[in-house]
Structures are given as C-alpha cells and as structure tokens.
Design a binder for this molecule. Structure first.
Ligand code: CTP
Length: 400
C-alpha cells in the first residue's frame, strides 16, 4: 500500500511502559511502508523490550543514550533529519519532561531539538492518564501543535480495565501519515460510499454482489489523511480512521438516504459502492420454505444514487462515479459521465488480472468531464484513491 510514509525519515521514540512491545509492530509496519525508521529507546523501555529487537526491525540500530556517540551529537542530528517523530508509548514521565523542556535523555533532547511534527501516543494506567498533571501537560502539548493520539479504553497491565491503553497501530499510523501528508483537503467535506448493498429476499436471504469495500475505504483513509472531514457510507465493518464519520447501511434505499443526506454540504462525493440496480419488490416477511416450491422473485428498480447526486449538484461540488464495463469501456463511461452530470468517472478494467472486486489492487482509467484522461496501471487501491483525489482537488471551487 502506498502511504505518505514512503521515503520519509521517522524517529520512533519508545518509552518505558508495558505497551513498548506494541512499538515493535509499529516499527515493522512503518519500515514495510517504506519509511526510514530510527528507533530511540529510553533506558526504561529497554527493560520491557530488548534493544536488539529494534536493531533488527528498524532501518538503523536503535539508540538509547546521549553518550554513545558524543561526537555525532545524536539528538540534533536525529531531530534535524526527521520528517516526523512519533513517541509510542509515551509514559507520563516522558510527557511531563517533554512539556517542561527537561532534556535529560536522548529521546527528550531529540524532541526538543526538532522542528518536525511530533506525534505523541500516551499509554499508562487510567488514574495516571486522568491525573490533572498529565491532562494539563497533554493540553499544553496540543496547544503547541503536537499531535496527540488518545489512548484507547481496554485491558491494562495487571488485568485492570479502563482508559490508558496504547492506541492501535492502525490509528497511530494514521496520525503519523496525517502529520506528513499535504493538508489539501482541510476544511473540505468528502462523502464516500463503499461496499455492496444487500437487498432482502426474506429475513435470511438477500441479493448481493462481490464488492469488498476496499476501494471506498481507501478513499476515506486517503481523504482523512489529507485533512478532509469524511463521511463514509459503508456496508462493511472494515477499518477506517477514527475521525471518519461512518454510517453503516445495508440496502440501496438506506445508501440513498445516507448519501443524499450527507452530500448536501459536501465538496466531493465519491460513489465507490456497488449499489444494486434492482431489489425484490416484496420481500417475504417469513423465511421462504423449500417445500413451498420455486419462488418467483419479482424485482423493481432502485434509485440511481449517482444520477440523483448529479441532478442536485451544487456549483463547485465535484462528483466522482465508478463504472465497470466490459464492452467499449471508455466510450460507455464517457456516456455515463455526461448522462449523470459527473466531473470524474473511474473506469474499472474488469478484465485486468488482479483488478476490481476483492483484490488489493486496481487498474483504472480516470476520465474527466473536461475531456481529460489518465490511465492508471495496476496499483494498490490507496494509490488509485490518491490519483483520483488529486484530480478532484484540482477541480474544486474556491473555499466558501
Ligand atoms: N450507482 C448508484 N446507484 C445505483 C447504481 C449505481 O449510485 N442504484 C453508482 C455506483 O456507485 C457507481 C456507478 O453508479 O458509481 C456505476 O454505475 P453502473 O452500475 O456501472 O452503471 P449503471 O449506471 O447502473 O448502468 P449500466 O448498468 O447500464 O452499466
């Protein structure tokens, strides 16, 4: 997956809490995403996780002390070269020292020596997290522009339950990416639909399709990373970044209500969902029994949500549709683009191996109402989202 971490330099600060073991996974995921990760461990962190683990998984050897390579001045060198610094887990001690500017170890010195964005991920017991000293420090850090990833509620060390658990790696990675990505969608509202609708035949059966929701969720992820307020109308339980407003729907009618409602003030609407064109006219109230013979299921058309969006499109709003065509895909898609009053249409090449439903990758052409055409070779769905959002951003009207 192409993320905003690729090719960037990350200092991963790890402080001494039991959640330090989760920083191992975070380190590996950032390296996998193409980042150059320099681990910096506090002395206490090494009591929980061995330095060699980070030596092996990071992009260079882990550092633990200001005094190991004095001539290299590690804190200023790390602080200056970093594109982002993430502290996970951040203990109450590290948060306090950073807030107060007390530079008594390599991690705090590096935090004070940098001008790069800083992402702090607190993890501690609930009583400590809720203590006014910690809460005041967190408020101060936020005021200074530090990105704070709130801890989750859940199981803590010693079997306790409560707030203070280190956020999940996906949520931390999202915050790190957002700190690195251009905020070209800040102040914008994006509505995206994802997944495939299910149209009930009876209480247990439905007519559905094979859409996985991956492409729509990739749009939500990419747009939120770039600062948009995102409403994701989805049929799946797939992960989406915390700030994304998710609306769970099942049927085409629910999708219609949710999308049309949310789109009223949207700057960009992306209809990535596979919406049923037809639904059973009269779903049975009770389960249809085999012994009753072969049922006649009469269908009726659903509303074409995309066409309805095209009819009510505001000036400056960018409307993006999808098309999966098998015959003359581009000509068919151009007709659809005009008929539904779209600005962009993403044409799925359903014949390309590795593209479309259920795959991690897609092969598409992006056609614009202005006659533009961009051919996107087989790539991950996040990259498709990035390319389409770039095209949408360039078509957005001035901010209100
Ligand atoms: N779409 C929609 N509402 C529907 C059906 C489709 O909003 N009831 C949207 C999909 O989200 C997608 C686009 O329309 O963005 C896909 O259109 P598609 O189903 O391929 O084509 P149709 O317009 O239905 O025409 P045809 O079946 O002839 O290809």
């Amino acid at each position: 997956m192409t993320t905003w971490l690729a090719g960037r330099r990350v200092v991963l600060g790890v402080s001494g809490g039991i959640a330090a073991y989760k920083a191992v996974e975070l380190c590996r995921r950032m390296v996998d995403a193409g980042a150059f990760v320099s681990p910096v461990l506090t002395e206490d962190a090494t009591r929980f996780v061995g330095q060699v683990t980070f030596d092996a998984l990071g992009s260079e050897k882990a550092r633990t002390s200001l005094w190991d390579e004095v001539e290299a001045i590690p804190h200023t060198q790390l602080g200056r070269s970093a594109d982002v610094i993430v502290v996970a887990p951040a203990t109450a001690r590290v948060i306090g020292k950073y807030t107060a500017g007390i530079s008594d170890d390599l991690l705090i010195a590096t935090l004070l020596a940098t001008r790069a964005p800083v992402v702090v991920c607190p993890a501690m017991h609930t009583e400590m997290w809720e203590h006014p000293a910690v809460q005041d420090n967190i408020a101060t850090l936020r005021r200074r522009g530090v990105h704070v990833v709130d801890p989750a509620v859940g199981r803590l060390a010693g079997g306790d339950e409560g707030a203070g658990r280190l956020a999940e790696p996906d949520d931390i990675l999202f915050a790190v990416e957002r700190a690195l990505a251009p905020q070209d969608l800040a102040g914008r509202h994006l509505v995206v639909s994802a997944g495939g609708t299910r149209e009930p035949i009876d209480p247990v059966r439905f007519i559905g399709n094979r859409s996985s929701g991956k492409q729509g969720h990739a749009f939500a992820h990419e747009a939120a990373t770039r600062g948009a307020r995102v409403t994701l109308v989805t049929t799946t339980d797939r992960w989406a970044p915390g700030p994304v407003e998710r609306v769970k729907v099942d049927t085409a009618a629910q999708m219609e209500d949710a999308v049309l409602g949310a789109a009223a003030d949207a700057d960009v609407v992306v209809m990535a969902a596979a919406v049923a064109d037809f639904r059973p006219k009269a779903p049975a109230e009770k389960k249809i029994k085999k012994g009753e013979g072969v049922p006649d299921i009469v269908l009726e058309p659903t509303t074409d949500v995309l066409a309805a969006l095209g009819e009510r499109k505001r000036a400056g709003q960018v409307l993006v549709g999808f098309a999966a065509e098998t015959n003359n895909p581009k000509e068919e898609a151009r007709r659809k683009l005009a008929r539904k009053n779209l600005d962009l249409i993403v044409v799925n090449d359903v014949t390309a191996p590795g593209a479309g439903f259920e795959h991690e990758t897609n092969r598409v052409d992006v056609l614009g109402a202005d006659g533009s055409e961009q051919n996107v070779p087989l790539t991950d769905k996040r990259s498709v989202a990035r390319i389409v959002l770039d095209a949408a951003v360039s078509r957005l009207g001035a901010r209100p």
